[in-house]
Design a protein around this ligand. Sequence first.
Ligand SMILES: Nc1ncnc2c1ncn2[C@@H]1O[C@H](COP(=O)(O)OP(=O)(O)OP(=O)(O)O)[C@@H](O)[C@H]1O
Length: 239
Amino acid sequence: MDILQAVNLKKYYQSGDNTVKAVDDVSFSIEKGSFTAIVGTSGSGKTTLLNLMGGLDYADSGEIIIDGHSIMKMSEEELTVFRRRNIGFVFQNYNLISIQNVYKNIVLPVRLDGRKPDQKYIEGICKELGIGDKMDRYPNQLSGGQQQRVSIARAIAAKPAVLLADEPTGNLDSKTSAEVMGLLKMTSKEFHQTIIMITHNEAIAQLADRVIHLEDGRIMGDDKEIHSGQSTFGREASL
Ligand SMILES: Nc1ncnc2c1ncn2[C@@H]1O[C@H](COP(=O)(O)OP(=O)(O)OP(=O)(O)O)[C@@H](O)[C@H]1O
């Protein structure tokens, strides 16, 4: 089942006399529970595409359909609520709240939505992510890798339809990057969490189940299920 579809997406920017085709007629479908990397060099359109998929920006034309809902037709208010309920974000710099402990950081999006945190589920994901004993710590008492684990837990605690990760290993060394990639992969398998990650790092991208190559705002390649069954940890040397 497809959880997200991009249909003929276009986003152009005007820069003086030039038109920059940041996203240029892009279409793809993402299967529920899959782990996809979108890889491309700087300026290839990754961030623009992520912002469109996450409902952070509107396309010039085309559609994004998430769990059957066409988000480009929503008003800003509708989109804010939809985003909170359906989309989780993981960023390169973690974006944790420094004056709140790990537990409060993790449950914040659920609480902001006026929902009660699912304690059992949250305990389960924190245990799997190896931060079960860190709930009372503050972000500055954790390593970068641990902070990224907390931000993954926060993103999936709200059980979003789609988790969007923006260069999630960008601030981490290669060993910790491989661990975080392993955890993202585990999260997609164990919790059937759909993950779409953008990265400029080809070796990191190859650890996902599917790799979409972006160049000048267009899809230039799409490798599905290339590494099924292969251990992610064994590949860290090449990162
Ligand atoms: N607000 C904007 N105004 C004008 N041009 C923009 C704007 N945002 C992005 N662009 C241009 O659109 C193209 C795609 O940018 P985008 O940030 O999506 O690429 P990217 O692949 O994420 O790059 P990076 O890896 O460096 O973050 C680039 O040529 C960029 O200069």
